[in-house]
Ligand binder design. Structure first.
Ligand SMILES: Cc1cc2nc3c(=O)[nH]c(=O)nc-3n(C[C@H](O)[C@H](O)[C@H](O)COP(=O)(O)OP(=O)(O)OC[C@H]3O[C@@H](n4cnc5c(N)ncnc54)[C@H](O)[C@@H]3O)c2cc1C
Length: 298
């Protein structure tokens, strides 16, 4: 690894001043499970690392039943599934966080790092999209909010400008009668990169008989994770049954735009989108029907 200078600021102000001053030669460091690996493999060689783990706002955990959840960008993934209220409210986020690497990786890796790494197959990103996540971004000119679906610009590049820092991610409280799920396919169950990932959020009316809202998002099938907004809209008013899941799955397959690479062929990825979309919608429906979710035991 090429030598670099290490900074560990204790405030957002200090961090963004450093990032603005050092420009492209600096990189924020969170858990380092992407960044340090890239540096060891000579894929990146920053001159300055700005460790963001000592900044209080990036380690903040706020939850209320009215305002929802705000997760500091530097909190490790394991802290997410330690919170029972999150497990009860945002199961799709737990689905994704528990899939990333093994326990050791989840002890270091952060939600902010997964987003800022901007991998097309980053597992938390489709989950955050269907949960209506918003990125809270700080810079010397103040704070701005950006929906998660607009955060990734291309593989490895985000919408962050030089001198900007991801502070936290906010999730609203889901509407009543909502179920969410994230599923992925990898050849091995852990320590592998996702071939295709699908997030689904399904909301039903008060009689549980009609779909009022759907959000679908795909990972691993385009340059950035995709929000399938039109398909979600097309499903409003439909009956929550197998025919609807099958139709949605076919539409999602048609919307996917994958490439072939070492992890999967185009046809395989399209097939996976279809299978996983059907299962994720069915699974989200099951979570509504049960009225509980798989992570909170009575
Ligand atoms: C063994 C192993 C298994 C893995 N398995 C998976 C997997 O199954 N699924 C998956 O999606 N990923 C996986 N990963 C990748 C990685 O663990 C995740 O992407 C992780 O969430 C990255 O978080 P981090 O805190 O380690 O990020 P870091 O490596 O610290 O940073 C990643 C990038 O984000 C930038 N960054 C970090 N924080 C901020 C911030 N607050 N503001 C602006 N920029 C920031 C950094 O500069 C860097 O470019 C795996 C990695 C390993 C080593």
């Amino acid at each position: 690894v090429k030598s670099f200078e290490y900074f560990a600021p204790s405030s957002i102000g200090e961090a963004i001043a450093l990032l603005a001053e050092k420009g492209d030669r600096a990189r924020p460091l969170a858990g380092g499970t992407d960044l340090l690996v890239k540096m060891r493999n000579d894929l990146l060689a920053p001159d300055f690392l700005v460790d963001v783990k000592r900044i209080p706002e990036l380690n903040q955990w706020l939850f209320s039943e009215t305002d929802g959840l705000t997760i500091g960008a530097a909190l490790p993934l394991c802290s997410i599934y330690e919170h029972l209220e999150v497990a009860a409210t945002y199961p799709a986020l737990i689905d994704a966080a528990r899939m990333i690497g093994g326990i050791a990786t989840q002890g270091r890796a952060t939600l902010g790092g997964n987003l800022c790494n901007a991998s097309p197959s980053g597992d938390t990103i489709p989950a955050l999209i269907v949960l209506d996540g918003v990125c809270i971004i700080a810079s010397s000119t103040g704070q701005r909010d950006l929906p998660v679906e607009a955060f990734c610009a291309e593989p490895g590049r985000t919408a962050l400008k030089v001198g900007e820092l991801l502070v936290s991610i906010s999730l609203p409280i889901p509407k009543l009668h909502t179920g969410t799920m994230y599923l992925r396919f990898t050849p091995r169950s852990e320590m592998d990169i996702t071939v295709v990932g699908v997030g689904a959020s399904l909301t039903l009316d008060e009689n549980y008989s009609t779909i009022t809202d759907v959000r679908l998002a795909l990972g691993g099938v385009a340059a950035t994770p995709l929000h399938l907004e039109d398909i979600g809209k097309a499903l409003a008013g439909r009956i929550p049954d197998e025919d609807t899941w099958t139709e949605a799955a076919a539409l999602a397959k048609a919307a996917a735009n994958p490439i072939s690479d070492v992890r999967g062929e185009i046809n395989q990825r399209q097939h996976l989108v279809e299978v996983l979309t059907r299962r994720a919608l069915r699974g989200a429906f099951g979570r509504i029907q049960r009225g509980v979710n798989d992570y909170v035991k009575d």
